[in-house]
Design a protein around this ligand. Structure first.
Ligand code: AMP
Length: 523
C-alpha cells in the first residue's frame, strides 16, 4: 500500500493529535491547531470559489505572518501551487515573478499593496488581488472571504511528484529562476530534518527566517509535523527576538549568519533578557567559528549548521554532532560546527568533485565543486529547460559551491566557485580570510573579494563594518591577518563601510562590492 509523500500528511496528523495545542502566535492573535486548520480550510474553499483549480499558481507577498503560514497548507491542499515571493524585491521584480509563474491570484500584506497597485495594469493574467491584513478598494478582503467561506474545500487527489511550490532564486547575475519543489521533495526534507534534530510538541519555534526563503527551510511544515508552536515575527530585530524568545518560551529558531552576528553583538542589557538553551539552525552563508562561539558562550545557545540551496528543498548537508566532539572546548567545537558537514539521512548522495567529475581527496585542502543527487533535488526550473539541463543534465545537481573534504568526511565550503580569489596562481578562500578577521575585536562584519591587480592578477580586498564605537587601522587589520594566515591571503587593502549590501536571505552581494572601493588607509 502506498500513499503519496506530502507535507499535507503532517497537517492530517496534527489535526487529529494536537487540536487543542497552540499552533500559531502572531502578535495578539493565537490559534490552536484546530482553529489554524479551520482557517486553512476556509481559505482553500474560498480559493476554489474564486476559480482556483489544481495546478493553478497563487502568489504571496508577505512577511512572516499567520496568513503567510496558512498559505503553506491552504494552497497545496487543493492541488494549487504556492509561489512565495521575496517581499524585499522591487515592484518590477514582483511583476516579473508574478507574470513568469502565471499566478492567477496575488495575495499581499498591507505593506505591499502600493507596490502591487503600481504594477497592476501590467498583470493581465491575475484574476484576483487579495489584501491579507487590511482592506483597500479594488482588493478582496482575506478575513471577509474566510468568514464567508463554506470551510469545506474539495480535496483532489495529489501525487507526490505534483508541484507544491515555485520558489524564485535571487538571480544576482540573471533573471530569477523558478525552482519547482514537489510534495515529495518537501516531505523528504522535513522528515530528514526531524531525523537529525529533536523537536516535539514541547517546542516553540520563532520565525526569524523568512518563510518565503526555500519555504522557511521547510520549517513551515516541519514544526507542524512535530506538533510544536509557530511564533511569527514580522521584522527581525534583536530586542524583539529576545523579548519573544522569553515570552513564548522559544526553544528553536533558524537564521542566516548575519542575523546571528546581530544577536551575538547586541548590547548586554538586551542580551540579559535572552533565555538560555535556545537551539539555532543556521545556513544561507558560511557562519564563522567566532560567531558560533560568541552565541554559545555569550548566550548559552546551541548552534547547528545545515547547508543547501533553494534547488535542493533546501538541505543537503548538516554538521552532525559526534560524541568525539563533546570533549572539545567551545572554541574547538565551534571550528567544527562552522563546517557544512555531511549528507542528511534523506537528502541523497553528496560529493565534492573536480572538473572531470572525480571526487577530490579527503585532505581538507583540495577544492572541488559540491554536487548532489537524490530525493530533495528539485523537479527543474519552471519554464526553463535549458537552465535545468545546465545544472542537472548529467544526473547530478551542480551547486556552484567550492569546498574541501576533511579526513572525517565533513565538507567545508571555501567560496562560491565564482568568488574564489586566484592571486599569483594561488587559490584564496574569501571565507577563510573573513572568518579570521571576524575574530578581531573591532570587527562586526566583513566581506573579502578579489580585485584586479597588475602584479598578482587578483588580490584580496576587505570591506569592514566596525562595531559601534570601535575602529582599527588598515595596518592593525593587516598585522592581525598576517599573524594567523599565509601572507598571500592577507588583504592588500581595506575599506570601512557602514554596512554591507545584502540580499533578504542574508547573502552578501559581492558583485556590488567589486564595483567600487576607497581604501581605508587613504581615509
Ligand atoms: P539559496 O538558494 O538562496 O538558499 O542560496 C543557496 C546558496 O547559499 C548556496 O549555493 C551557498 O552558496 C549558500 N549557502 C547556503 N547554506 C550555506 C552554508 N551553511 N554555508 C555556506 N554557504 C551556504
Amino acid at each position: 500500500m502506498e500513499t503519496p509523500l506530502t507535507p499535507l500528511e503532517f497537517m492530517r496528523r496534527a489535526r487529529r493529535l494536537y487540536p487543542d495545542r497552540e499552533a500559531v502566535v502572531d502578535g495578539p492573535r493565537r490559534f490552536t491547531y484546530a482553529a489554524f486548520f479551520d482557517r486553512c480550510d476556509r481559505w482553500s474553499a474560498a480559493l476554489q470559489a474564486l476559480g482556483v483549480a489544481q495546478g493553478d499558481r497563487v502568489a504571496y507577498i508577505a512577511p512572516n505572518t499567520h496568513a503567510q503560514l496558512e498559505s503553506f497548507y491552504a494552497v497545496p491542499q487543493i492541488g494549487a501551487v504556492l509561489v512565495p515571493v521575496n517581499y524585499r524585491l522591487a515592484a518590477d521584480e514582483f511583476r516579473y515573478l508574478i507574470e513568469h509563474s502565471g499566478a492567477t491570484v496575488v495575495c499581499a500584506d498591507g505593506d505591499y499593496l502600493d507596490a502591487v497597485d503600481g504594477i497592476r495594469a501590467q498583470l493581465g493574467g491575475v484574476r484576483h488581488f487579495v489584501a491579507l491584513d487590511r482592506g483597500r478598494e479594488g482588493w478582496l478582503d482575506y478575513e471577509g472571504l474566510l468568514a464567508a467561506s463554506s470551510g469545506q474545500p474539495r480535496r483532489p487527489e495529489i501525487g507526490e511528484r505534483d508541484l507544491l511550490t515555485i520558489n524564485y532564486t535571487s538571480g544576482t547575475t540573471s533573471r530569477p529562476k523558478g525552482v519547482m519543489i514537489t510534495h515529495r521533495n518537501a516531505w523528504m526534507n522535513s522528515v530528514g530534518m526531524l531525523a537529525h534534530i529533536t523537536m516535539s510538541p514541547a517546542d516553540a519555534y520563532l520565525w526569524t527566517l523568512p518563510m518565503f526563503h526555500a519555504n522557511g527551510w521547510t520549517f513551515t511544515w516541519t514544526v507542524t509535523a512535530a506538533g510544536a508552536k509557530h511564533v511569527c515575527l514580522r521584522k527581525v530585530e534583536p530586542a524583539a527576538v529576545f523579548r519573544l524568545a522569553t515570552a513564548e518560551n522559544i526553544t528553536w529558531l533558524c537564521a542566516a549568519p548575519t542575523v546571528l552576528i546581530a544577536l551575538a553583538n547586541a548590547p548586554a542589557e538586551l542580551k540579559g533578557f535572552a533565555p538560555r538553551g535556545v537551539q539555532v539552525m543556521t545556513a544561507g552563508a558560511p557562519p564563522a567559528a567566532v560567531t558560533i562561539e560568541r552565541l554559545e558562550e555569550g548566550l548559552g545557545w546551541s548552534v547547528i549548521q545545515i547547508y543547501g540551496l533553494t534547488e535542493t528543498a533546501p538541505a543537503i548537508s548538516i554538521c552532525e554532532p559526534r560524541p568525539e566532539h563533546r570533549g572539545l572546548t567551545t572554541a574547538e567545537r565551534a571550528r567544527i560546527k562552522a563546517r557544512q558537514g555531511v549528507e542528511l539521512i534523506t537528502s541523497g548522495e553528496l560529493r565534492v568533485v573536480d572538473d572531470h567529475g572525480a571526487e577530490v581527496p579527503a585532505d581538507g585542502e583540495t577544492i572541488g565543486e559540491i554536487v548532489a543527487r537524490g530525493n530533495v533535488v528539485m523537479a527543474g526550473y519552471y519554464r526553463d529547460p535549458d537552465a535545468t539541463q545546465k545544472v542537472m543534465g548529467d544526473g547530478w545537481f551542480h551547486t556552484g559551491d567550492a569546498a574541501v573534504v576533511h579526513p572525517d568526511g565533513y565538507v567545508e565550503i571555501r567560496d562560491r566557485l565564482k568568488d574564489v580569489i586566484i592571486s599569483g596562481g594561488e587559490n584564496i578562500s574569501s571565507v577563510e580570510v573573513e572568518s579570521t578577521l571576524l575574530g578581531h575585536e573591532a570587527v562586526q562584519e566583513i566581506a573579502v573579494v578579489g580585485m584586479p591587480d597588475e602584479k598578482w592578477g587578483e588580490a584580496p580586498h576587505a570591506f569592514v563594518v566596525f562595531k559601534p564605537g570601535a575602529s582599527a587601522t588598515a595596518d592593525d587589520l593587516r598585522a592581525f591577518c598576517r599573524a594567523r594566515l599565509a601572507h598571500f591571503k592577507t588583504p592588500h587593502s581595506f575599506t570601512a563601510v557602514a554596512e554591507l549590501p545584502k540580499t533578504a536571505t542574508g547573502k552578501i552581494q559581492k558583485f556590488i562590492l567589486r564595483g567600487g572601493r576607497t581604501n581605508l588607509s587613504k581615509q
